[in-house]
Design a protein around this ligand. Structure first.
Ligand SMILES: C[S@@+](CC[C@H](N)C(=O)[O-])C[C@H]1O[C@@H](n2cnc3c(N)ncnc32)[C@H](O)[C@@H]1O
Length: 217
């Protein structure tokens, strides 16, 4: 999905992926991660960022949409400064920085010091060719971070043709893309009631949400 698609979603308020509370799998499977700096690619205005801050982490998000970035700070009453860095606008608040721009061209400065990564609805937001580039980028950025943890939340459903976003991302695709660089452990598997029962395009299709803990080798 290209930038205009997502910007238009945010501008029209068509953001069914946004949850009004922290994701339950984040609360369950990230509580043991030592306070550090958590990279959250394609972060939207997620309430997960707030949960992470309350756990003692600093958070670095990367998000295309300026509407999403501004809404995050306004809705959570967090004061921020803005600066321009290359093609990015950097929103900087206490314990949270969001780089507003394209994930694939984020500068080294965005990644410097990150100790953990949280991916909810980032990888699954991207079509197959972009998922390959996305995971290559993550691996490349973390080539010198053995032991670094990642929590990845993905969905899987039967689809002869791509139906996303959210795209169906299978366990075997995750193993193929990340298996050389990370140990991968599935930590949860459950029917996704919101997508299965309420999303018209998934009518009659069972969507399974799977959470994985990964550890950089
Ligand atoms: C499905 S949403 C998930 C948002 C967030 N992770 C959440 O759980 O609410 C995907 C987000 O990725 C952003 N996005 C898509 N492509 C991007 C890119 N190339 N660089 C940065 N952000 C991107 C979209 O604007 C959107 O907010």
């Amino acid at each position: 999905m290209e930038a205009p698609y997502w910007k238009q979603k945010w501008e029209s308020g068509d953001i069914g992926f946004h949850l009004d509370r922290p994701h339950p799998q984040l609360v369950r499977h990230f509580s043991d991660v030592e306070p550090g700096v958590v990279m959250v690619p394609l972060c939207g205005k997620s309430n997960d960022l707030i949960w992470l801050i309350h756990q003692g982490h600093r958070v670095v998000g990367i998000e295309l949409s300026r509407v999403a970035c501004e809404s995050f700070f306004a809705e959570n009453s967090i004061a921020y400064n803005i600066r321009e860095e290359g093609a990015f606008t950097v929103f900087e608040g206490e314990r949270v920085t969001i780089w507003c721009g394209d994930f694939f061209s984020a500068p080294d400065a965005a990644w410097t010091g990150c100790t953990a990564l949280y991916d909810r609805a980032a990888m699954i937001a991207l079509p197959e060719d972009m998922r390959r580039s996305y995971t290559t980028e993550v691996i490349q950025r973390w080539r010198a971070s053995p032991g670094a943890p990642m929590l990845l939340i993905a969905v899987e459903y039967p689809a002869p043709e791509p139906m996303g976003p959210p795209f169906s991302v299978t366990e075997s695709e995750i193993a193929n893309l990340y298996g050389q660089a990370f140990e991968i452990r599935q930590v949860n598997r459950a029917r996704d009631p919101i997508l299965s029962d309420r999303a018209p395009k998934f009518s009659g299709i069972e969507v399974i949400e799977k959470a994985y803990r990964l550890k950089k080798i």
